[in-house]
Design a protein around this ligand. Structure first.
Ligand code: ZN
Length: 187
């Protein structure tokens, strides 16, 4: 299976969301999480391409185009990784896809199952916010393979942010297991 990993945002260009008091940037957390995920998937026999770029689909031509790279490779599945942010008190994990009743929706379910189980084991108070349909996201609209976007947890909430920093290995393993579960279900 060829897995395209797109850590969101881009250090030096767009930090994404931040936690000002723990001094954390979304762009750094998702890059390190994406690299861990890549190595776990490679150990499981997948081929991985990882690209973090401010150019999602042509809007910043100075940087490599994320959707074109995934489509031209071509990837079997597309995983964008982000951290959520809202009002510092909201917590939890969620996965976005265009349509729940689709291959992307099935992929999202497999990852959700593993990720929410792992998060619950780390902190039973962290909510599973489920799978949400979004029709307005460039990376989901311009990729041709099943594509999802994982909002792993809320970076602006200190309890979630600590998990995002301290439990990266468990989080990456859970996402990798969800991806290989999806692949087994197909084959
Ligand atoms: Zn983001």
């Amino acid at each position: 299976m060829k897995v395209f990993i797109n850590p969101g945002h881009m250090p030096g260009i767009d930090s994404g969301a931040v936690n000002g008091h723990l001094l954390l940037r979304e762009c750094d957390i998702v890059l390190s999480l994406g690299r861990l995920l890549a190595s776990k998937l490679e150990s499981a026999g997948c081929t991985v391409m990882l690209l973090q770029s401010d150019n999602l689909c042509g809007e910043a031509p100075a940087f490599p185009n994320v959707c074109h790279a995934a489509n031209n490779w071509p990837a079997d599945i597309f995983i964008s990784m982000h951290c959520n942010a809202y009002n510092t008190t909201v917590r939890g994990t969620e996965i976005l896809c265009r349509k729940e009743k689709s291959q992307a929706g099935i992929l999202a379910q497999h990852i959700r199952q593993q990720l929410s189980k792992t998060l619950h084991g780390i902190d039973s108070d962290i909510p599973d916010r489920g799978i949400k349909e979004r029709l307005d996201l460039i990376v989901l609209n311009h990729t041709v393979m099943p594509a999802i976007l994982i909002e792993v947890a809320f970076i602006d909430n200190d309890a979630d942010a600590r998990i995002l920093v301290e439990k990266q290995n468990s989080l990456a393993s859970a996402i990798a297991r969800g991806i290989t579960d999806y692949w087994c279900h197909l084959n």
